[in-house]
Write a protein that binds this ligand. Structure first.
Ligand SMILES: [Zn+2]
Length: 407
């Protein structure tokens, strides 16, 4: 079996599901076990400056093999898997030379069908790795790790390919939004980097939402319902009134592409106090500011209308569109595009309707767009990846290193 597939299958055998309820970093012990195994492997590969810190951040370097100045570049992937599905006892199945039709996922009764997943129709002749229908696969993001290390092994094996310093960073807890929290950009040492954490072949992403959270708190008064007349103020009614003031079509279920939204994601309610939690998303920073101002305006209007009780608003920015930080260094994108084209991959540039660790890293001084892994249907039991897609990712990583040295 080729080195890439062997690596990938070995990595998915580690249970590294992150745990949002755990405040520690990494949030689950399995991530540290996996990090230690990777550290050992990287040492055996002869990589330099291999270090694993107490928070589970694993870094290493493949030193430059040229005598002239080439900017150090980085490749980043995450070691954890999504909390949405089990990542324990993953039993991958390899379907060689897929010829269409449904794929049974083990004995689980679950299937991958082209009707449900039209992407399959473009994958005839590919070797597809799926789950057995009881867990996720973990291609997100262990495919990224396998691809980066296979590319680095290739560069080591073919020293005639010129490259500068290649910095490698594997992070914990990306799936619970903490992967960039304790990332030491200075120690990492790259001028820019790529997360290898996207989906189908060709994906290249450098735009994501600007994101804020809005806490709307309605205050009421609780009194025994039997003697409540003219005394009780039911905060739940105030909260409901507020939600009805929000634009009903600017919601996740009514938007796509570059459209932003307001989303009521959760609520805790009682007569005395109700707490609504919204997330606000917009690709433009100015758009996000307008959404925040709109909410404040509605809170003020409601307070003016209310005879009794009150409502307050707290706004917190979460992350910003990395485009702001990547565009001033557009060669970062140009190099990736060129590398893809040289590997016969058509770059597919699309906005991410979410955030990435790369977005946060971009604002920490490390411009960091996202590149495909070759995987599909992340975070659930229908996750799969193709061997050919993974091989393309390896080729693209090698080419990016080579192109950077050729600039
Ligand atoms: Zn991921």
């Amino acid at each position: 079996m080729n080195q890439l597939v062997e690596r990938f299958l070995r990595y998915v055998s580690f249970d590294t599901k992150s745990d949002p309820s755990n405040k520690l970093c990494p949030s689950s012990p399995g991530q540290m076990t996996f990090a230690q195994a990777l550290k050992q492997e990287m040492l055996e590969m002869g990589l330099k400056e291999v270090s694993l810190d107490n928070n589970g951040y694993l870094m290493a370097k493949l030193p430059s093999n040229v005598t002239y100045d080439v900017p150090a570049i980085g490749f980043v992937a995450h070691m954890d898997t999504a909390p949405d599905a089990s990542g324990k006892n993953v039993k991958p199945q390899l379907i060689k030379n897929y010829q269409g039709g449904g794929i049974a996922l083990g004995d689980s009764g679950e299937q991958l069908t082209p009707a449900q997943y039209p992407d399959l129709t473009s994958l005839h002749g590919h070797d597809i790795i799926t789950t057995d229908g009881t867990t996720l696969l973990g291609a997100d993001n262990k495919a990224g790790i396998a691809e980066i290390l296979t590319a680095v092994a290739y560069l080591t094996e073919y020293p005639e390919i010129p490259h500068g310093d290649i910095c490698i960073g594997f992070t914990p807890d990306e799936e619970i939004g903490r992967g960039a929290d304790l990332f030491d950009v200075e120690k990492f040492g790259a001028k820019w980097a790529y997360t290898i954490d996207g989906g189908p072949v060709g994906e290249l992403e450098y735009e994501n939402f600007n994101a804020a959270r809005a806490d709307v708190i309605a205050h009421g008064v609780n009194v025994h319902p039997g003697t409540a007349k003219n005394k009780m103020i039911n905060s739940m009614n105030i909260a409901a009134q507020f939600q009805l003031m929000m634009p009903s079509h600017e919601t996740p279920e009514c938007t796509e592409g570059y459209e932003g939204f307001y989303h009521l994601g959760g609520a805790e309610m009682s007569v005395a106090k109700s707490h609504l939690v919204y997330i606000l998303r917009d690709f433009e920073r100015e758009g996000l500011e307008k959404r925040k101002a709109f909410m404040q305006q509605k809170v003020d209007e409601l307070n003016a209308q209310l005879e009794r009780g009150s409502v307050e608003l707290q706004l917190t920015d979460n992350y910003y569109n990395m485009k702001e930080m990547v565009e001033p260094h557009f060669h970062v994108i140009e190099i990736a595009k060129r590398a893809m084209q040289q590997c016969d991959v058509e770059p597919m540039i699309k906005p991410i309707r979410g955030g990435t660790d790369g977005a946060r890293l971009s604002f920490m001084g490390l411009p960091c767009p996202n590149i495909f892994t070759g995987g599909y249907n992340f975070h659930g039991i229908h996750e799969f990846i193709t061997v050919q897609g993974m091989e393309k990712a390896v080729e693209v990583i090698v080419k990016i290193a080579q192109e950077t040295a050729a600039e």
